[in-house]
Write a protein that binds this ligand. Structure first.
Ligand code: SAM
Length: 316
């Protein structure tokens, strides 16, 4: 019976918008056993019991389910209890968890994230659509990371680095260094790395460090392996940061004799902003190649279909 609700389960655990969930898999009338099974697969899932998703999200989900059932069925007690279980505990908290279930192979990533888009002066305390799209792209093109030492810029919650080091996925990447300019993000990504690799030796997990793009020359690069691949997601939104980012790229490409590739994923919010960045790349003699589109329909990360994400490869 749980298999029947596997899509709902995957969507619930990563807080996919309630109104876009696969409600068509909930066939009415739904007897008590089925109601109980759906609640067990979602609110009662062991991951949610240990690391709960946002209380307001769980409430919205259960209310929608009650609405759906109310004219057909007597409601199971578990629906009412799941409405109240987290509310009191979580009321004042700014952070909650999301769980990304990767159905094939069987693996998951748990991230602690801010429940608001901007918190502690940064946008990086929650995971953005572009990071999910880049994660999907890498799942489908694992050859681009095989054996490579990777640095992620503006890594936020740390999703990509955690994904690339999950043993079940066999990416076989080299050293992974997750960086961000915000000290709060670096602390959060460290916590998320520790959460996902509780017993893995330090050498086999992503490393985390604070790196502001305008301080790239002062970073202790000698402590890390030589970078082969740069990754970044959703860092092209503020044109006041373009010069700092481009200067950082110049420094990194030059220090690697231009034997460096960057994969950059950007949500297309403002075409002019992206265009301006592309022009700056061309002026600095970078070659940009668009990467294959990754359909949200086959996403491992329940991506929202509304946001278009562009992924490009940058070489020089
Ligand atoms: C929209 S968030 C994206 C976070 C993550 N990559 C994702 O897609 O979920 C932008 C990230 O870039 C980081 N950032 C912005 N300006 C930066 C700078 N000048 N130096 C380093 N990091 C910066 C922010 O701290 C934030 O974590």
């Amino acid at each position: 019976m749980t298999e029947k609700f596997s899509k709902m389960q995957q969507q619930f655990l990563c807080c996919y918008p309630v109104n876009k969930m696969s409600w068509s898999s909930v066939k009415l009338p739904m007897d008590w056993d089925e109601q109980k099974a759906l609640i067990a697969a979602t609110c009662g899932h062991p991951l949610n019991e240990r690391y709960p998703v946002r209380a307001s999200y769980q409430e919205a989900f259960v209310k929608r389910l009650m609405q759906l059932l109310k004219d057909h069925e007597e409601l199971h007690d578990d629906l009412f209890s799941s409405l109240t279980s987290q509310k009191c505990e979580q009321q004042c908290k700014d952070f909650a968890y999301k769980h990304y279930l990767l159905l094939q192979p069987d693996a998951h990533i748990t991230l602690r994230e801010s429940i608001s888009f901007v918190n502690e002066g940064t946008t990086g305390l929650c995971t953005w659509e572009a990071a999910l799209a880049l994660a999907d792209y890498l799942m489908q093109h694992s050859d681009v990371v095989k054996g490579k030492n990777i640095v992620e810029l503006g890594a936020g919650t740390g999703l990509i680095g955690i994904l690339l080091k999950l043993p079940a996925l066999g990416f076989d990447a080299g050293q992974i260094l997750l960086t961000d300019g915000s000290a709060s993000c670096v602390q959060l990504m460290r916590d998320n790395v520790a959460l996902n690799f509780p017993e893995t030796p330090k050498e086999a997990i992503p490393q985390c460090a604070q790196l502001r793009w305008d301080e790239v020359k002062d970073f202790p690069w000698q402590q890390y392996a030589k970078t082969d691949l740069l990754l970044a997601a959703d860092v092209i939104y503020d044109d006041s940061q373009f010069d700092a980012l481009l200067d950082a790229l110049d420094h990194l490409y030059t220090s690697r004799g231009n034997c460096l590739e960057m994969l950059l994923a950007s949500t297309v919010r403002n075409v002019d902003t992206l265009h301006k960045f592309m022009e700056q790349l061309a002026k600095r003699e970078y070659k940009v190649t668009p990467c294959a589109n990754v359909s949200a329909c086959v996403s491992h990360f329940c991506r929202d279909h509304t946001a278009a994400v562009q992924i490009i490869s940058i070489k020089r």
